[in-house]
Design a protein around this ligand. Structure first.
Ligand code: AMP
Length: 295
C-alpha cells in the first residue's frame, strides 16, 4: 500500500476517545464487544486500538475525554456526564449508556448537625474535584463559598480541617458514611455517556454506532419468550404478554387447539410472566437472551 493510501485510511477512521482505566473502562469494553466492535488492543498499555470497521479507539484519562472531543482530536468519546459537565465545553450527549451511575453531592460532617443548605453558617470551605460545578451550584443558591480544589479523595478534607463541606461523587453512599459525612444536596445525576462536539453534523458511521450501542442497551434487560398456549386463553395471554407490540401469534399444526406466542418481555418480571402463562395452560415455554433490539 502506498504511503498516501495508508494516510487516507487513517484520516477516514472515526476516532472514539475511551477511558484508559478506571471504573468505566471494563463496562465500555463489554458494551463494544456486544455491539460487534471488540476492542482489539495489542496490550493493556496500548494508546489506541482498532474496533473493527471504520472505528479506532484512543485511550486517554476519563477527565481528558471532554477536551479531546471538544477540540476535535476525537469525533466522539465516552466518559462520565459529571466530567463532561465540569469541563464546561460545548458537548452534545448522543447516548446514555446507563452504567457508571452516580450523583455529585454536597456533604457535611455528620457531627456538624448541618442537614440542609440553609443551615450552613458563614462562608464555608468546600473541597472538591469539581470546582466549576460547585461554584455554579453555590452561585445559583446565592451563597458564598471558598472552593478548595483537590484532585481526589475530597471526602477526607473535613477530617484534615481544610474544608467544612465536600462536593463529591457517590453511588452507594458508603464512602461518605465511612468518612462520617452526610448528604445535603444533589448537584448532578451522572452516568457514562457517549458525547460529541456540539453543532457538528454527525458522520454516518457515528450515527450507526449510536444505533448499534442503543440496540445492545435496549436488549440487555429483555428476553425473548416463546410458548404454546391454548387458543381459548389467548385474550388472557395477551394481557400477560404485552411485549413490544403485543405477542406474535402463530398457528400450531395440532388441530387448532394451541397457538404459539412469541414476545419480548422484561427480564425483571420473567418469573411472574412464566407463572402466569403456566396457570393459563401454556406448554413448551422457552426463554432466550436477545443480542440486539431495534424496534
Ligand atoms: P474513575 O474510575 O475515577 O476514572 O471514575 C470515572 C467515572 O466513573 C466518574 O467520573 C463517574 O462518572 C463514574 N463513577 C461512577 N460511580 C462513581 C463513584 N461512586 N465514585 C466516583 N466515580 C464514579
Amino acid at each position: 500500500m502506498s504511503a498516501t493510501l495508508v494516510r487516507d485510511k487513517a484520516a477516514e477512521m472515526l476516532k472514539i476517545a475511551l477511558p484508559n482505566k478506571g471504573r468505566l473502562a471494563e463496562d465500555i469494553r463489554a458494551l463494544f464487544g456486544e455491539a460487534g466492535l471488540p476492542v482489539n488492543a495489542v496490550n493493556e498499555r496500548s494508546l489506541s486500538a482498532s474496533l473493527g470497521g471504520e472505528f479506532e479507539a484512543i485511550f486517554v484519562r476519563a477527565q481528558d475525554i471532554p477536551e479531546f472531543v471538544a477540540d476535535n482530536a476525537a469525533e466522539a468519546g465516552i466518559t462520565g456526564w459529571d466530567l463532561a459537565s465540569e469541563s464546561g465545553r460545548s458537548l452534545e450527549m448522543l447516548l446514555d449508556l446507563e452504567f457508571g451511575r452516580c450523583r455529585l453531592v454536597l456533604a457535611a460532617r455528620e457531627e456538624s448537625g448541618v442537614r440542609a443548605l440553609d443551615q450552613i453558617q458563614g462562608v464555608p470551605r468546600v473541597a472538591t474535584c469539581f470546582p466549576k460545578l460547585t461554584k455554579r451550584f453555590f452561585n445559583d443558591a446565592k451563597r458564598q463559598v471558598e472552593i478548595v480544589p483537590v484532585s481526589g479523595a475530597a471526602e477526607i478534607a473535613p477530617r484534615l480541617g481544610i474544608a467544612e463541606l465536600v462536593v463529591d461523587l457517590t453511588s452507594t453512599g458508603s464512602t461518605l458514611r465511612v468518612n462520617g459525612l452526610v448528604e445535603i444536596a444533589t448537584l448532578l445525576e451522572s452516568s457514562a455517556r457517549l458525547i460529541s462536539r456540539s453543532g457538528t453534523q454527525l458522520r454516518r458511521e457515528l450515527r450507526e454506532l449510536v444505533d448499534a450501542l442503543a440496540s445492545v442497551l435496549r436488549a440487555r434487560g429483555r428476553r425473548y419468550l416463546m410458548a404454546n398456549v391454548p387458543r381459548q386463553s389467548l385474550d388472557e395471554v395477551r394481557k400477560v404478554l404485552p411485549g413490544l407490540n403485543g405477542p406474535t401469534v402463530v398457528d400450531v399444526l395440532d388441530g387448532g387447539r394451541f397457538v404459539a406466542v412469541h414476545a419480548v418481555v422484561d427480564s425483571s418480571s420473567i418469573y411472574r410472566t412464566i407463572a402466569a402463562l403456566k396457570s393459563l395452560g401454556a406448554e413448551g415455554i422457552l426463554v432466550t437472551k436477545i443480542e440486539r433490539l431495534m424496534p
